[in-house]
Design a protein around this ligand. Structure first.
Ligand code: AKG
Length: 203
């Protein structure tokens, strides 16, 4: 985080922000090699690692970058949640997901045991994450058919997503990497392995 972070509020989804150039190329390499050094994915039988409470030093450093990016945000019309500036620790739970081409994650709302204010850092393959209004809120048929209730967000390597309020509680997020779902600008995205780091805080 040397540069001033540019945050983009995703207008259709209240409480969703994207910071496309959150990590530089060097920082992305540092993060990937820090993850690799943990050895969690050696042998290839696991694709998810979870840590609670004491998170590794590199994850604390990453959390520091997130705090900085929130702190130096220049979005005025849709301010980032300022309580994240003071929360201690900002995050105490970590998930690293590794997805091979074709693999993704089903639509879900994160468990209520986690506080508001969830960060997702993307590495390697670009993907499209879809946000859909969660069922309870979209019983109204008119809402369900409204295409603005299904919002695609392009997650490029080094980007950071921040979910808060409605985005965290009322919208589901999903990554469907089956053929036909990873469309951006009318074209299918070239899929590679994707790694993501999700940072959350337990109540
Ligand atoms: C989760 O682990 O709950 C996620 O939503 C991960 C999302 C991602 O991999 O970008």
């Amino acid at each position: 985080g040397e540069m001033i972070p540019v945050w983009e509020p995703i207008c259709e989804v209240n409480g969703l922000w994207l910071c496309r150039e959150f990590l530089s190329e060097n920082e992305q390499h540092w993060l990937l090699s820090s993850i690799r050094k943990e050895g969690w994915f050696n042998g290839g039988s696991f694709n998810q690692a979870m840590r609670f409470g004491e998170i590794p030093e590199w994850a604390k450093e990453l959390a520091g970058f997130v705090r900085e990016a929130v702190c130096f945000s220049t979005v005025e019309d849709q301010p980032l949640p300022s309580d994240l500036l003071w929360r201690e620790p900002l995050f105490d739970q970590l998930i690293v997901n590794v997805y091979e081409p074709g693999e993704g994650i089903c639509a879900h709302v994160d468990l209520m045991r986690f506080d508001d204010g969830i960060a997702i850092v993307s590495l390697e393959s670009t993907c499209v994450m879809h946000f859909t209004r969660s069922k309870e809120e979209s019983d109204n048929k008119e809402l369900e058919e409204d295409p603005s209730q299904r919002v695609p967000v392009l997650l490029t390597p080094g980007s950071l997503v921040l979910m808060s309020g409605e985005a965290r509680y009322l919208w589901k997020h999903e990554i469907n990497r089956k053929p036909g779902f990873q469309l951006w600008g009318g074209k299918e995205i070239q899929q590679e392995r994707r790694t993501s780091v999700t940072l959350r805080k337990l109540h």
